[in-house]
Design a protein around this ligand. Structure first.
Ligand SMILES: [Zn+2]
Length: 262
Protein backbone atom coordinates (compact mmCIF):
# COMPACT_ATOMS: atom_id res chain seq x y z
CA UNK A 1 0.00 0.00 0.00
CA UNK A 2 1.08 3.57 -0.59
CA UNK A 3 2.94 5.25 2.27
CA UNK A 4 0.06 7.56 3.17
CA UNK A 5 -2.75 5.02 2.93
CA UNK A 6 -4.61 4.10 6.10
CA UNK A 7 -4.86 0.50 7.27
CA UNK A 8 -8.29 -1.14 7.21
CA UNK A 9 -7.45 -3.42 10.11
CA UNK A 10 -5.03 -3.60 13.01
CA UNK A 11 -3.80 -6.96 14.26
CA UNK A 12 -3.31 -5.81 17.85
CA UNK A 13 -1.24 -8.78 19.01
CA UNK A 14 1.43 -10.63 17.04
CA UNK A 15 4.95 -11.92 17.69
CA UNK A 16 6.66 -10.96 14.44
CA UNK A 17 10.10 -11.40 16.00
CA UNK A 18 9.39 -15.14 16.44
CA UNK A 19 11.98 -17.46 14.89
CA UNK A 20 9.05 -19.07 13.01
CA UNK A 21 9.37 -16.11 10.60
CA UNK A 22 13.16 -16.12 10.24
CA UNK A 23 13.03 -17.54 6.70
CA UNK A 24 10.23 -15.32 5.32
CA UNK A 25 9.47 -12.44 7.73
CA UNK A 26 9.55 -9.84 4.94
CA UNK A 27 7.02 -11.84 2.91
CA UNK A 28 4.67 -12.23 5.89
CA UNK A 29 4.83 -8.48 6.58
CA UNK A 30 4.28 -7.68 2.90
CA UNK A 31 1.16 -9.90 2.84
CA UNK A 32 -0.25 -8.00 5.84
CA UNK A 33 0.43 -4.61 4.24
CA UNK A 34 -1.00 -5.78 0.88
CA UNK A 35 -4.21 -6.61 2.78
CA UNK A 36 -4.06 -3.14 4.44
CA UNK A 37 -3.40 -4.60 7.87
CA UNK A 38 -1.25 -2.81 10.45
CA UNK A 39 0.35 -4.82 13.27
CA UNK A 40 1.26 -4.37 16.92
CA UNK A 41 4.13 -6.75 17.58
CA UNK A 42 4.70 -7.55 21.24
CA UNK A 43 7.79 -8.61 23.14
CA UNK A 44 7.91 -11.38 25.74
CA UNK A 45 11.25 -10.51 27.35
CA UNK A 46 13.85 -7.74 26.98
CA UNK A 47 15.60 -9.11 23.84
CA UNK A 48 12.31 -9.76 22.01
CA UNK A 49 11.05 -6.32 23.07
CA UNK A 50 14.17 -4.84 21.46
CA UNK A 51 13.45 -6.87 18.32
CA UNK A 52 9.84 -5.65 18.30
CA UNK A 53 10.98 -2.02 18.51
CA UNK A 54 13.45 -2.56 15.65
CA UNK A 55 10.65 -3.96 13.45
CA UNK A 56 8.47 -0.98 14.33
CA UNK A 57 11.24 1.42 13.36
CA UNK A 58 11.58 -0.24 9.96
CA UNK A 59 7.86 -0.25 9.02
CA UNK A 60 5.35 2.60 9.22
CA UNK A 61 2.41 0.26 9.96
CA UNK A 62 4.11 -1.79 12.68
CA UNK A 63 4.07 -0.64 16.30
CA UNK A 64 5.65 -2.32 19.34
CA UNK A 65 4.72 -3.48 22.81
CA UNK A 66 7.55 -3.96 25.30
CA UNK A 67 7.29 -6.23 28.30
CA UNK A 68 8.11 -9.48 30.05
CA UNK A 69 5.62 -12.35 29.63
CA UNK A 70 4.59 -14.38 32.71
CA UNK A 71 6.48 -17.40 31.30
CA UNK A 72 9.64 -15.26 31.44
CA UNK A 73 8.82 -13.44 34.68
CA UNK A 74 11.85 -15.06 36.33
CA UNK A 75 14.04 -12.90 34.03
CA UNK A 76 12.40 -9.67 35.26
CA UNK A 77 14.52 -7.51 37.55
CA UNK A 78 15.37 -3.82 38.00
CA UNK A 79 17.85 -3.90 35.14
CA UNK A 80 15.28 -5.38 32.75
CA UNK A 81 12.71 -2.85 33.95
CA UNK A 82 15.13 -0.02 33.21
CA UNK A 83 15.77 -1.55 29.77
CA UNK A 84 12.02 -1.55 29.02
CA UNK A 85 11.72 2.05 30.25
CA UNK A 86 14.51 3.17 27.91
CA UNK A 87 13.00 1.24 24.97
CA UNK A 88 9.63 2.86 25.58
CA UNK A 89 11.17 6.30 25.07
CA UNK A 90 12.30 5.42 21.54
CA UNK A 91 8.99 6.12 19.83
CA UNK A 92 6.55 3.72 18.16
CA UNK A 93 6.25 1.86 21.48
CA UNK A 94 2.51 1.94 22.11
CA UNK A 95 2.05 -0.47 25.03
CA UNK A 96 3.63 -2.33 27.91
CA UNK A 97 3.09 -6.00 27.08
CA UNK A 98 2.90 -8.83 26.88
CA UNK A 99 2.58 -9.03 30.65
CA UNK A 100 0.32 -11.09 32.90
CA UNK A 101 -0.20 -14.37 34.73
CA UNK A 102 -0.15 -17.95 33.41
CA UNK A 103 -1.00 -20.60 36.00
CA UNK A 104 -1.60 -23.19 33.27
CA UNK A 105 2.01 -23.65 32.26
CA UNK A 106 3.58 -22.20 35.43
CA UNK A 107 6.91 -21.54 33.70
CA UNK A 108 7.82 -18.99 36.37
CA UNK A 109 6.85 -19.27 40.06
CA UNK A 110 3.43 -17.68 40.64
CA UNK A 111 4.65 -15.17 43.23
CA UNK A 112 7.35 -14.06 40.77
CA UNK A 113 4.74 -13.70 38.00
CA UNK A 114 2.60 -11.51 40.26
CA UNK A 115 5.53 -9.27 41.20
CA UNK A 116 6.57 -8.79 37.57
CA UNK A 117 2.97 -8.03 36.55
CA UNK A 118 2.49 -5.42 39.28
CA UNK A 119 5.84 -3.75 38.54
CA UNK A 120 5.00 -3.56 34.82
CA UNK A 121 1.48 -2.15 35.40
CA UNK A 122 3.16 0.56 37.46
CA UNK A 123 5.73 1.10 34.70
CA UNK A 124 2.92 1.48 32.13
CA UNK A 125 1.15 4.02 34.35
CA UNK A 126 4.41 5.94 34.83
CA UNK A 127 4.91 6.02 31.03
CA UNK A 128 1.25 6.77 30.27
CA UNK A 129 0.98 3.61 28.13
CA UNK A 130 -1.76 0.96 27.96
CA UNK A 131 -1.06 -2.61 29.09
CA UNK A 132 -1.47 -5.82 27.05
CA UNK A 133 -2.49 -8.53 29.51
CA UNK A 134 -2.14 -12.32 29.25
CA UNK A 135 -4.39 -14.26 31.67
CA UNK A 136 -4.53 -18.05 31.70
CA UNK A 137 -6.10 -20.01 34.58
CA UNK A 138 -5.24 -17.10 36.89
CA UNK A 139 -8.43 -15.04 36.83
CA UNK A 140 -9.00 -14.61 40.60
CA UNK A 141 -5.47 -13.29 41.18
CA UNK A 142 -5.65 -11.22 37.97
CA UNK A 143 -8.85 -9.44 38.99
CA UNK A 144 -7.44 -8.73 42.46
CA UNK A 145 -4.24 -7.25 41.01
CA UNK A 146 -6.09 -5.17 38.40
CA UNK A 147 -8.36 -3.75 41.11
CA UNK A 148 -5.46 -2.88 43.44
CA UNK A 149 -3.00 -1.64 40.79
CA UNK A 150 -5.35 -0.11 38.25
CA UNK A 151 -3.81 0.23 34.79
CA UNK A 152 -4.83 3.55 33.19
CA UNK A 153 -5.77 1.75 29.95
CA UNK A 154 -5.37 -1.73 28.49
CA UNK A 155 -6.58 -4.91 26.83
CA UNK A 156 -7.12 -8.48 27.98
CA UNK A 157 -5.42 -10.26 25.11
CA UNK A 158 -6.95 -13.50 23.75
CA UNK A 159 -10.03 -13.22 25.93
CA UNK A 160 -11.68 -16.66 26.23
CA UNK A 161 -14.16 -16.26 29.08
CA UNK A 162 -17.90 -16.10 29.56
CA UNK A 163 -20.16 -13.05 29.66
CA UNK A 164 -19.82 -12.61 33.44
CA UNK A 165 -16.03 -12.42 33.23
CA UNK A 166 -16.24 -10.09 30.22
CA UNK A 167 -18.35 -7.73 32.34
CA UNK A 168 -15.71 -7.76 35.11
CA UNK A 169 -12.95 -6.69 32.71
CA UNK A 170 -15.16 -4.15 30.93
CA UNK A 171 -16.03 -2.63 34.31
CA UNK A 172 -12.30 -2.06 34.85
CA UNK A 173 -12.29 -0.02 31.63
CA UNK A 174 -10.37 -2.64 29.66
CA UNK A 175 -10.79 -3.75 26.06
CA UNK A 176 -11.09 -7.43 25.12
CA UNK A 177 -8.78 -8.88 22.45
CA UNK A 178 -10.52 -11.48 20.30
CA UNK A 179 -8.49 -13.89 18.16
CA UNK A 180 -8.39 -17.24 16.37
CA UNK A 181 -10.01 -19.30 19.18
CA UNK A 182 -13.32 -17.63 18.24
CA UNK A 183 -13.33 -19.87 15.15
CA UNK A 184 -12.56 -23.13 16.98
CA UNK A 185 -15.44 -25.65 17.04
CA UNK A 186 -15.33 -26.15 20.83
CA UNK A 187 -15.66 -22.47 21.76
CA UNK A 188 -19.46 -22.01 21.81
CA UNK A 189 -19.33 -20.09 25.10
CA UNK A 190 -16.85 -17.60 23.67
CA UNK A 191 -19.03 -17.12 20.56
CA UNK A 192 -22.04 -16.50 22.81
CA UNK A 193 -20.01 -13.97 24.83
CA UNK A 194 -18.72 -12.11 21.77
CA UNK A 195 -22.24 -11.94 20.31
CA UNK A 196 -23.25 -9.79 23.29
CA UNK A 197 -20.08 -7.68 23.64
CA UNK A 198 -20.20 -3.97 22.83
CA UNK A 199 -18.37 -3.51 19.52
CA UNK A 200 -16.66 -0.39 20.85
CA UNK A 201 -14.70 -2.48 23.39
CA UNK A 202 -13.42 -5.23 21.05
CA UNK A 203 -9.96 -5.45 19.51
CA UNK A 204 -9.00 -8.09 16.95
CA UNK A 205 -5.72 -9.96 17.05
CA UNK A 206 -3.95 -13.09 15.82
CA UNK A 207 -1.28 -13.90 18.46
CA UNK A 208 0.77 -14.95 15.41
CA UNK A 209 2.48 -17.38 15.02
CA UNK A 210 0.10 -19.12 17.49
CA UNK A 211 -3.69 -19.65 17.70
CA UNK A 212 -4.27 -19.92 13.93
CA UNK A 213 -7.94 -19.45 13.00
CA UNK A 214 -10.01 -21.88 10.95
CA UNK A 215 -9.51 -22.57 7.99
CA UNK A 216 -5.73 -22.54 8.57
CA UNK A 217 -5.79 -24.15 12.02
CA UNK A 218 -2.74 -26.38 12.53
CA UNK A 219 -0.55 -24.19 10.29
CA UNK A 220 1.56 -21.19 11.27
CA UNK A 221 -0.51 -18.07 11.94
CA UNK A 222 0.20 -14.62 10.45
CA UNK A 223 -1.37 -11.13 10.68
CA UNK A 224 -3.18 -11.43 7.32
CA UNK A 225 -5.40 -14.12 8.90
CA UNK A 226 -6.95 -11.58 11.27
CA UNK A 227 -9.64 -11.26 8.56
CA UNK A 228 -11.06 -14.65 9.61
CA UNK A 229 -11.57 -13.35 13.14
CA UNK A 230 -13.27 -10.24 11.77
CA UNK A 231 -15.53 -12.38 9.54
CA UNK A 232 -16.61 -14.52 12.50
CA UNK A 233 -17.40 -11.49 14.69
CA UNK A 234 -19.45 -10.05 11.81
CA UNK A 235 -21.35 -13.32 11.37
CA UNK A 236 -22.12 -13.54 15.11
CA UNK A 237 -23.29 -9.93 15.32
CA UNK A 238 -25.18 -9.96 12.02
CA UNK A 239 -23.23 -6.99 10.62
CA UNK A 240 -20.70 -6.65 7.79
CA UNK A 241 -16.98 -7.40 8.10
CA UNK A 242 -16.38 -3.79 7.00
CA UNK A 243 -18.31 -2.52 10.04
CA UNK A 244 -16.29 -4.77 12.36
CA UNK A 245 -13.05 -3.65 10.70
CA UNK A 246 -13.93 0.04 10.98
CA UNK A 247 -14.99 -0.21 14.63
CA UNK A 248 -12.07 -2.35 15.83
CA UNK A 249 -9.52 -0.23 13.95
CA UNK A 250 -10.96 2.89 15.56
CA UNK A 251 -10.74 1.16 18.97
CA UNK A 252 -7.10 0.15 18.37
CA UNK A 253 -6.15 3.68 17.24
CA UNK A 254 -7.83 5.11 20.32
CA UNK A 255 -6.34 2.69 22.87
CA UNK A 256 -2.81 2.70 21.45
CA UNK A 257 -2.82 6.33 20.19
CA UNK A 258 -1.82 5.22 16.66
CA UNK A 259 -1.28 8.52 14.90
CA UNK A 260 -1.31 7.59 11.15
CA UNK A 261 -5.00 6.73 11.32
CA UNK A 262 -6.20 9.16 13.96
ZN1 LIG B 1 1.11 -13.33 22.72
Amino acid sequence: MAPTEKPELIDTHAHLDSSDYDHDRAVVIARAFAARIGVITVGVDLPSSEAAVQLAHRHRLIWAGVGVHPHDAKTFDEKVEQGLRELAREGKVVAVGEIGLDYYRDLSPRAVQREALIAQIELANELGLPVIIHNRESTANMLAILRNHRPQRGVIHSFLGDAALAREFLALGLYLGIGGPLTFAKNDVLRQTVTGLPLERILVETDSPYLTPVPYRGKRNEPAYVRYVVAEIARLKGITPEEVAAATTKNACHLFSLSPVA
